[in-house]
Design a protein around this ligand. Structure first.
Ligand code: ATP
Length: 469
């Protein structure tokens, strides 16, 4: 990663996710917000090199934001405007407000990256970009001490043993998991541990490719196959050769393409659009999705036969909140890594910070934790990590008390109130001690102590042995 910080202001979540992933692959840091108010708060608190600004946001117009940025906050951050069809006038106004460029939607991600790189070429950031092209090849790992992560690493190792000994087509792998849990990392690890490590690894993000282009992108086309096919081009399946084709967000594939993909997996033959010739593909198919694919099969949104074909083997990445203590292990790793990268003093974690990191929900999983920690390290003084924001996040997750507690002659004792709250928390979390502890704002250890004190029992469905608290 470079230290180039990009802020994407966009409320189309799938598109935003695709852009963010692509930019991260290029070695940039990308933070996404979906409202102008969040964007303003972010711009005023974080160093940003570039803003990608959508014109229509739920709480106002991108132009007003740009005007405020320049005239009220006097920020000259470079802005690239993303406009939809018919918003050309807005683009012109944006240029007058010193936007660097505008790109028309649907945005081609290659063009977006080229535009960003052109901007970087022109600035003093060039050096940092050169650093990124070497750093982006940094070895990726799935870190974490939890049992759940350990199981994932074991699965990867088992598949690697299988695939490192044979030239035959390895089994298709389906990687499942919430956003930010490490599905990309997992796909790369599988590729690098296989016999194919030195061959192509082609990453296709099915959520990014526009529906009308995706078929030509995947299968390629002959010259003249359709209006804009001016040359013959091979598709991404062919480009993967006998390496790996990683179909990310495979749940987003339109149904008719699911049928075509099923045929490729069955017969291992690909035919370019407009061609009669079939070509063999020896690519290893790894797919990933954050969607509940099985449920989608039941709802008719995803082909059952393709689902079963894709998940010869399934790897399920656990959400960070179910991997006790991993958030802290990862936080310390990311903090150390960031400090080293920027030549900062080794960060120190106070006991309160450790506790807060462990109690936070991390809905965006490892990605969110990583970004939070990287920011905290960059903003910290003398290596002592700042807590800004995290406490607010935790407070926001705590249930709000709508009625003030009052003492009456027949009210509960403190002891009884505590027991009642614990019982309610356990009922809410179906007996899960970790989740109940989070709800109550105490550590798992503290909750266990209180459970014992009140003679309460909880269903222990946690991942780790209790002494790891
Ligand atoms: N266990 C882990 N150890 C170290 N880094 C991790 C781990 N899991 C994820 N990361 C890091 O978190 C970030 C997000 O990971 P990744 O892109 O693989 O997630 P993802 O599941 O593919 O997300 P999405 O569904 O949004 O595509 C990356 O920077 C990755 O290196």
């Amino acid at each position: 990663m470079t230290d180039i910080q990009i802020l994407l202001i966009e409320d189309e979540h799938l598109f935003a996710k695709a852009v963010r992933k692509r930019l991260e692959r290029e070695g940039f840091h990308c933070h996404v917000v979906d409202t102008l108010s969040a964007a303003t708060a972010y711009c005023l608190s974080q160093p940003i090199h570039l803003i990608l600004l959508d014109m229509r946001l739920p709480d106002g117009s991108g132009l007003d934001f740009l005007r405020d940025l320049r005239e009220e906050y006097h920020l000259d951050t470079t802005v690239i405007v993303l406009t939809a069809f018919g918003e050309l006038e807005d683009a012109v106004t944006a240029m007058k407000l010193h936007a660097l460029d505008y790109l028309k939607k649907p945005i081609d991600l290659d063009t977006l990256v080229t535009t960003i790189n052109k901007f970087l070429d022109k600035t003093v950031l060039t050096k940092q970009l050169q650093y990124s092209s070497t750093a982006s090849t940094e070895v990726v790992q799935l870190l974490g001490n939890s049992l759940a992560l350990h199981k994932v690493r074991q699965q990867i190792a088992r598949i690697s043993t299988l695939t490192s000994q044979t030239e035959n087509n390895p089994p298709n792998i389906l990687i499942l998991g919430e956003t930010g849990t490490g599905k990309d990392v997992c796909a790369h690890l599988l590729h690098h541990a296989s016999q194919r490590a030195t061959r192509p690894f082609v990453h296709v993000d099915c959520a990014t490719l526009p529906a009308d282009l995706i078929e030509a992108e995947l299968f390629g086309h002959e010259k003249g196959a359709y209006t804009h096919a001016h040359t013959t081009r091979k598709g991404l399946i062919e480009t993967a050769e006998d390496g790996t084709l990683f179909l990310d967000e495979v749940g987003e594939l339109p149904l008719e393409l699911q049928t075509k993909l099923l045929a490729v997996l069955g017969r291992r033959m690909v035919r370019r659009l407009g061609s009669t010739q079939e070509r063999y593909t020896g690519a290893w198919f790894i797919t990933a999705t954050h969607r509940p694919l099985m449920q989608w099969v039941e709802e008719g949104k995803f082909r059952a036969d393709l689902y079963y074909r894709l998940n010869t083997l399934t790897i399920e990445l656990p959400p960070l909140r179910t991997c006790d203590n991993d958030s802290l292990v990862l936080a310390q790793h990311f903090a150390q890594q960031t400090a080293q990268r920027y030549g900062l003093p080794s960060p120190s974690f106070s006991p309160e910070l450790c506790e807060q990191i462990q109690q936070a929900e991390w809905r965006g999983n490892v990605r969110e934790l990583r970004h939070y920690i990287e920011r905290a390290v960059l903003l910290s003084e003398n290596g002592s990590l700042a807590l800004h924001g995290l406490q607010t996040r935790i407070d926001a997750m705590m249930p709000t008390v709508t009625e003030p507690l009052t003492i009456t002659s027949h009210s509960l004792t403190l002891e009884q109130a505590e027991r009642l709250l614990i019982e309610q928390a356990l009922a809410k979390t179906a007996g899960n001690v970790s989740q109940a502890a989070r709800l109550l704002g105490i550590t798992r250890m503290a909750l266990r102590y209180r459970l014992q004190k009140h003679g309460l029992k909880a269903q222990d469905n946690d991942e780790l042995p209790t002494d790891t608290d």
